[in-house]
Design a binder for this molecule. Structure first.
Ligand SMILES: NC(=O)c1ccc[n+]([C@@H]2O[C@H](COP(=O)([O-])OP(=O)(O)OC[C@H]3O[C@@H](n4cnc5c(N)ncnc54)[C@H](OP(=O)(O)O)[C@@H]3O)[C@@H](O)[C@H]2O)c1
Length: 267
């Protein structure tokens, strides 16, 4: 075990075995940060860590962990301390969605989504706050354009992301005097493992979503840069910015059926 004062500052990235999280791990490493990567699939984490090292950057520490386990926060704190690391940046990226009617989706899975997307993100933020404050670091929470609107056909997922953005914006204000930056990254559609996990069809993916797609690498770059300059909300892609703007202006009576029909086509 190491106390914060003697530990090396690190960027702790959850959900780093695939998709946006893997790209965030690469971007932090490329910018000279020591990185700790967290996810359940240790082999995938190790392969990405090897690849980062092969490109000449410090090899990230791999932490194989299920963030839905009861003791996940304590376990992560212990594993970081054992590795001599203190979180300077916390990237709460691990998350998933489920597409479909709430009555037909599995109840336990919908609740697990809340546990991962909301509870684990909040628990990690609260737990590592002393270290983030001491190292004058920051938090990057990954929400979604979904956080700006209700999502019939994706109801629980959209609601979890609304929590993430609200929480992030509020604490960005609360933590600013302590020198801790907080940014909320709100991607639109990105082709990752997310779509298969959510149960989206391929046709659904390649339909109306196509013009809004931004590569995971670009999303990660914009998220990193946004955090470093203390940007409260980062929305990669012009189409996605437009989507948020039009959702803000549209009456719910128009928006709900439009979104509901679009999501159901993707299921
Ligand atoms: N892709 C999109 O279109 C999109 C759009 C907006 C926002 N987002 C958000 O972006 C974030 C990353 O998603 P992604 O698109 O990169 O999806 P992804 O490719 O499916 O990656 C999800 C990551 O979360 C990890 N994870 C899932 N359950 C976990 C658990 N119980 N404990 C620890 N790690 C867990 C996965 O690793 P293991 O399976 O190895 O545990 C994986 O590394 C999510 O919060 C998602 O909601 C995605």
């Amino acid at each position: 075990m190491t106390d914060i004062a003697n530990a090396r500052p690190a960027a702790v990235i959850t959900g780093a075995s695939e998709g946006i999280g893997a790209e965030l791990a690469r971007v932090f490493a490329q910018n000279g940060h020591e990185v700790a990567m967290v996810a359940r699939r240790g082999e995938r984490l190790a392969a990405i860590a090897d690849d980062v090292a092969a490109k000449g950057y410090k090899r990230p520490t791999v932490i194989e962990l299920d963030l839905l386990a009861d003791d996940a926060t304590d376990t992560l704190a212990l594993r970081l301390a054992d590795a001599g690391l203190a979180p300077q940046y916390l990237v709460n990226n691990a998350g998933f969605g489920l597409i479909g009617h709430i009555a037909s989706l599995d109840q336990a899975e919908q609740l697990a989504m809340i546990d991962l997307n909301i509870r684990a993100l909040t628990a990690l933020t609260l737990r590592f706050l002393p270290s983030l404050t001491q190292t004058k670091g920051g938090v990057l929470n990954v929400a979604s354009v979904a956080s700006f609107m209700p999502g019939p056909g994706f109801a629980v997922y959209y609601a979890t992301k609304a929590f993430v953005r609200s929480f992030s914006e509020a604490i960005s204000y609360e933590l600013r005097p302590a020198g801790v930056k907080v940014s909320c990254l709100c991607p639109g559609p990105v082709l990752t493992g997310f779509q298969a996990r959510a149960g989206m069809s391929f046709e659904g993916l390649m339909g109306a979503m196509k013009p809004a797609l931004v590569p995971a690498e670009e999303v990660a770059r914009q998220g990193y840069e946004g955090l470093m300059v203390g940007k409260r909300v980062v929305v990669p892609g012009t189409m996605n910015k437009f989507m948020i703007w039009s959702a803000r202006l549209s009456p719910r009576a128009i928006l709900l059926p439009l979104l509901g029909a679009a999501q159901m086509r993707r299921a």
